[in-house]
Design a protein around this ligand. Structure first.
Ligand SMILES: [Zn+2]
Length: 782
């Protein structure tokens, strides 16, 4: 008797376990090819040999640094040795947010000039962050481009010209890519781009962003890429993240194309640990092979004039690509909804279920979802509170995420089990089934209407539910009964469909988002488990209690393990930057410590007298730091000279034009100008001996209150800018050099479980400058 009651649930559990195993097997990175691989295929070992030569010294090479110049020479020499004629493109450029610099791009053409013909671009960036050598981000892609350049010479010429672009200044703010699309003549003939980047050092290569004409693109991708890993939901999620790549600039230039990245071991990203030793051959093999395949498919496409049209798409366990045009989604969703409503009406009329049971089922599903998500989010908040998980506003990953990854799912199982006990009789199989199916159908219609890229799992599940319930609906219509096998099938098919869709997503969720992925995993699992609730409702009480007990145990175990395990490790260190600040206005000098955990690490607290309460790094700044008094070094302050006075136009909106000469007297490579909150920089440009070139004037996003110049020349720059809003009376000026002018003992005190990241340890000299001498004179300050 019990066996028959539990059969559906056991089959569902076995099916989900198989899907889980298939997910892990499918999304493993590929096997790297050795140096003996045929010359016309991509070999990770050959790429890594190049990578070792390029960045094996471990020296960071940010925009404007001597190390970047050296690396650029090495890359140029390698292209020359392959028989190419690499060209350098340089120029002053600002991005939309006010970061400016002078990147030097390397542009390489395959088989002569494209002339007027449409061309395809393959891109990677050679600059790194100041903190680390950027072996995976993005040295591996640069080495891969060199390997691909060699292969292209060995293959027949493609239908369309190929341009290889190795950009500079990506880390500073996409500066090289912006310079290329805005100013390089070849940028006008490019129709599609393939971009290779990384937000980690390992893992499979995901294609997470495409152009708008993705119906056309995904057809090419499907035909070209052997191990597809992509879906239209990745991009929906990616848009929510603060990350950008050069592909953003390419899309602004209306290029179609593909953006590939691997995201495993994000703990090493933008730190000194992103070195050649930690570069992963599998990741490089997958990404290099994908890049070459996508480039070749585009370069041999019959035409590069992409027909408009968007698709919903996903890979079938990395073996095939499934795609359909976005406009089919909403009608299909509505059809599925109509079918389900019709089936529900038949079940209601046939007496298989009552309206009250459906309502109870739906209340149960909502209670399970809400209680599980609240519990998981509450546990996460608690773990953050007791410093066992870093705060969500920083890099919120831990060294050992597995226990909480499992616990987040177990919490959903626990809630579903509890609700099934509560409502087994009151809702019953069909009460839960109809409620779950209708809820998914409504979510399906909503996503199909507003976020089609995210709709595919809901659509497939709703259609599976509609089809799976047909035999029962027919049976109820004719005989007023439905046998247990047919009934179980009605739940099994949608349950396996939804888990088949979400397991590959759950596989990458934590990696993508950090610990906020835990409550999200609980939500996603909870939505999926709603389809299993009908089977839980008819299972025996003993099985339900065992499931509840096991889930509670696993969830509790996951939380306890997370509390006991170290948050950070040598392989997954905390990001802690030490800074030396000189305030030229007050004469004060301080050590500043910025860290992910928002708690001052004990080893640093013991090394100097830090104020226990963090403060903003400067007036109006968002980032907080711990302060300790430091000995004073005689560092010269940054120079800022007003070359042209602001003039108010009578009758016009308050706005003013400035020309400022900025220079770091101590040769620091970065300068920041911070304006008062109400004064927004509207447009900025570089003034040369010949005056302001209008081509070099960049409009900024409205509301920009700062300017940053990266890779500042020794003799400084003269900037012209318009300030909208309040006329700025004062400006804060900072110059920043990499490394500490003072405070080596603090770097040594940083524990093995901590590392610098991003800009790394820096020395900053800060002063305030009046921009309004006329007002100062009126106030009697002169
Ligand atoms: Zn990058």
């Amino acid at each position: 008797m019990d066996a028959a009651r539990n059969r559906g649930l056991l089959l569902a559990a076995a099916g989900i376990a198989l899907l889980l195993a298939a997910t892990f097997a499918a999304y493993r990175p590929v096997a790297p090819l050795g140096a003996d691989a045929p010359p016309t295929v991509f070999s990770a070992h050959r790429a890594i040999a190049i990578l070792q030569d390029l960045v094996g010294n471990g020296v960071p090479h940010p925009l404007g640094s001597p190390a970047a110049a050296q690396l650029r020479d090495d890359i140029v020499n390698r292209f020359s040795a392959l028989g190419y004629a690499p060209e350098l493109q340089s120029g002053f450029v600002c991005n939309d947010y006010g970061v400016c610099g002078n990147p030097v791009n390397i542009v390489v053409q395959l088989a002569g000039s494209p002339g007027e013909r449409n061309a395809v671009l393959l891109a990677a960036h050679y600059d790194s962050v100041p903190a680390g050598p950027g072996a995976s981000d993005d040295g591996a892609a640069v080495a891969s481009l060199l390997e691909i350049a060699r292969i292209l010479k060995a293959r027949p010429a493609p239908r369309h010209p190929i341009i290889l672009l190795i950009t500079d200044g990506e880390e500073a703010g996409l500066l090289g890519a912006l310079l290329f699309v805005r100013e390089h003549p070849l940028s006008k003939v490019v129709k599609a781009a393939v971009n290779l980047d990384a937000r980690g050092t390992s893992g499979p290569s995901l294609m997470f962003e495409t152009g708008a004409a993705n119906t056309w693109l995904m057809r090419l991708y499907e035909s070209a890429v052997a191990r597809p890993m992509t879906n239209s939901l990745f991009y929906v999620v990616y848009r929510q993240l603060p990350n950008d790549t050069d592909f953003t600039a390419f899309k602004q230039a209306d290029y179609q194309g593909f953006n590939f990245a691997f995201i495993g071991n994000v703990g090493r990203y933008h730190t000194p640990l992103d070195n050649v030793v930690n570069a992963d051959a599998s990741a490089i093999q997958h990404q290099g092979a994908n890049g070459l395949a996508a480039l070749t498919a585009l370069a041999n496409a019959p035409s590069l004039d992409a027909p408009a049209g968007e698709s919903v798409f996903f890979d079938g366990y990395s073996r095939t690509l499934i795609a359909w045009r976005s406009e089919f989604t909403l009608p299909a969703a509505l059809l599925a909804l109509i079918l389900l409503v019709a089936e529900a009406a038949i079940l209601l009329r046939g007496g298989a279920v009552t309206g009250r049971q459906i309502l109870r089922g739906w209340v149960g599903i909502l209670c399970a979802l809400a209680s599980a998500v609240v519990l998981c989010a509450g546990l996460l908040a608690l773990l953050i509170e007791v410093d066992k998980v870093p705060a969500l506003d920083g890099a919120s990953w831990v060294s050992q995420p597995l226990p909480m990854n499992v616990a987040a799912v177990a919490i959903s199982v626990l809630a579903a089990g509890a609700v099934s006990v509560w409502l087994a009789r009151l809702a019953g199989f069909w009460g839960f089934w109809v409620a779950a199916a209708l809820q998914l159908a409504v979510l399906c219609v909503a996503t199909a209407a507003f976020l089609p890229g995210a709709s595919y799992i809901f659509l497939l599940t709703t259609m599976a539910a509609g089809l799976a319930a047909l035999p029962c609906a027919v049976s109820v219509l004719t005989t007023r009964t439905c046998n247990a096998w047919t009934r179980d099938l009605a739940a099994l098919l949608p349950a396996l469909t939804i888990f088949g869709g979400v397991l590959p997503l759950l596989r990458f969720l934590y990696m993508s988002l950090g610990s906020v992925a835990w409550p999200l995993s609980t939500l996603v699992t909870g939505l999926s488990l709603a389809t299993v609730l009908p089977l839980l409702a008819v299972a025996s009480g003993r099985v339900r209690s065992r499931i509840i007990a096991a889930a509670a145990l696993v969830a509790a175990g996951g939380v306890v393990c997370t509390v006991c395990l170290p948050v950070y490790s040598a392989a997954w260190p905390e990001r802690v930057n030490v800074e030396y600040w000189v305030d030229a206005d007050t004469g004060q000098t301080n050590y500043l410590v910025r860290c992910d955990s928002s708690r001052l690490p004990a080893t640093l607290a013991a090394a100097a007298h830090f104020d226990p309460v963090p403060r903003p790094r400067f007036a109006g700044g968002a980032a907080q730091a711990f302060y300790a008094a430091a000995p004073r070094l005689a560092l010269p302050e940054p120079e800022l000279q007003l070359d042209s006075l602001p003039s108010m136009v009578p009758g016009a909106a308050p706005s003013s034009h400035f020309e400022l000469h900025v220079r770091s007297a101590r040769g620091a490579p970065e300068v920041f100008l911070v304006f008062p909150a109400g004064a927004h920089v509207a447009e900025v440009g570089l003034v040369t001996a010949a005056g302001l070139a209008r081509a070099n004037a960049y409009k900024l996003h409205s509301g920009a209150t700062w300017l940053e110049i990266v890779g500042l020349p020794a003799d400084g720059v003269t900037l012209s800018f318009d300030a909208a809003g309040d006329q700025p009376a004062t400006v804060q000026v900072f110059d920043q050099s990499y490394g500490l002018a003072e405070g080596g003992f603090l770097q040594r005190a940083r524990s093995a479980r901590a590392t610098s990241s991003q800009d790394g340890d820096v020395t900053v000299v800060h002063r305030t400058v009046s921009l309004n001498p006329a007002a100062d004179r009126r106030d009697g300050k002169h």
